[in-house]
Structures are given as C-alpha cells and as structure tokens.
Ligand binder design. Structure first.
Ligand code: IMP
Length: 204
C-alpha cells in the first residue's frame, strides 16, 4: 500500500529529504510539480511555524484532494533570543537573498559572541491535512551550536554553520541527517501517528 501525500513545497532540498524520510512508510511523498501543480509563492506572514505551515497547505488545497503535508522550520539562536526563528527564510531583509548570504548575515550578528554562548536549535513543524479537514501536527528539534565559519557541502540552508554535539556540522553528515535532524524527528513522529490511525484516516 502506498498512499500518496502531496508535499506543499517547491524547495528541492526539503522535497528530497521528505521523500527519503517517508521511504519506508506506507506513504509516498510527491512534489507539486509531479502532479503538474504550478510553483506557488506562499507568503509566510504567520506569527508561528504552525500558522506558516497551514498557510502553505491552504495555498495547495485548491489543486488536489490528496492529503497535504507542509513543513515550516527555523533556526533559533539563544544569544539572539530565539532569532531568526520564524524569520529564518527572510532574515536580513531584501538585501539577503540566498542561503550563503543568510549564513553570512547570521555570523555577523554573532560577531564577538564566544563559542560557549553560541547554542541554537533547529525546529521543524510538520502538518498534514486530509481532504475533509482532519489534521495532524508534529514537531522535531535538535540542539547544536553556530560555528564561526561554514563547514561541509551537504544539506542546505543553515546546515554548514550548525555544529552537532558530535563536532560535525549538519552539512558534513550526508544522509545521516535523515536519522537525526529536526525534520527527521518530526517525520518519525508523524509516520508513527499515521500508522496508528491509518484505518480511521483512510476511511474518511
Ligand atoms: P522554511 O521552513 O521554508 O520557511 O525555511 C526556513 C529557513 O530555514 C530557510 O532559510 C531554510 O533554508 C532554512 N532551513 C529549513 N530547514 C533547514 C534545514 O534542515 N537545514 C538548514 N536550514 C534549514
């Protein structure tokens, strides 16, 4: 049994991770482009990850009756009182437009902060909404530290500046990211819930 779930994202990095995370479940993640849904720009103006994830789902609802999955994630730096958090995708305003620029901007904000005070967490909120309205929300997080200079070529976003307790950055661990990351933890919890309520959900 392989039930399809539409993943409400055009971020290829997230799509690839999500496909791998659901690979061993009874659910198959498909991207919008695989069912000819055009690329949608969703404005993340919510005041929480949950609101932003739901906004992504709403944007895709008119295009499908499949269950829709959305992910909203962010990096929360303790020395910056949790910033960028829900602003992680648009930190630094209009002059900061790429992952590299966002990393540089964050490192500038942390200039002068010593290693011991550079703790941070990655958080991911996953929401799945079924046609008819049922929703499941799951969260995952992982602790680490923001280093002073990028390391590693895997992953995306803030991965090269996020150091795990192992001493590696999230961009240095390849596919092991899919065992331990914030997104992996949220996906594992979601798959568990889907498995345990599968019969109910499918019959609706
Ligand atoms: P959003 O969830 O698409 O709004 O992404 C928030 C921001 O966090 C973007 O700048 C992403 O590049 C970044 N981000 C999301 N997930 C990850 C991740 O797994 N690793 C590194 N950066 C991430």
């Amino acid at each position: 049994m392989n039930n399809q779930i539409l993943f409400a994202s055009s971020n290829m990095h997230k799509i690839n991770e999500m496909k791998l995370l659901f690979e061993k479940s009874n659910w198959k993640i498909i991207s919008p482009s695989e069912i000819n849904i055009p690329k949608l720009e969703v404005i993340e103006s919510g005041s929480s990850y949950l609101e932003n994830a739901v906004a992504k789902i709403i944007a895709y609802e008119n295009f499908t009756t499949l269950p829709i999955l959305a992910d909203d994630s962010g990096l929360e730096v303790d020395a910056l009182n949790g910033y960028p958090g829900i602003f992680s995708a648009r930190m630094g305003g209009q002059n900061v437009n790429s992952d590299t620029e966002r990393n540089e901007h964050l490192l500038t904000l942390l200039n002068g902060i010593i290693n011991e005070d550079r703790s941070a967490i990655f958080r991911a909120i996953l929401v799945i909404k079924f046609f008819g309205g049922d929703m499941i929300v799951r969260e995952g997080k992982i602790s680490g530290e923001i280093i002073c200079k990028n390391r590693g070529n895997d992953g995306f976003g803030y991965d090269p500046i996020f150091e795990l307790v192992s001493g590696e950055t999230m961009a240095e661990i390849g596919n092991r990211k899919n065992d331990i990351s914030h997104r992996a933890k949220a996906a594992q919890a979601l798959i568990y819930s889907l498995k345990n309520s599968e019969k109910d959900i499918i019959s609706k």
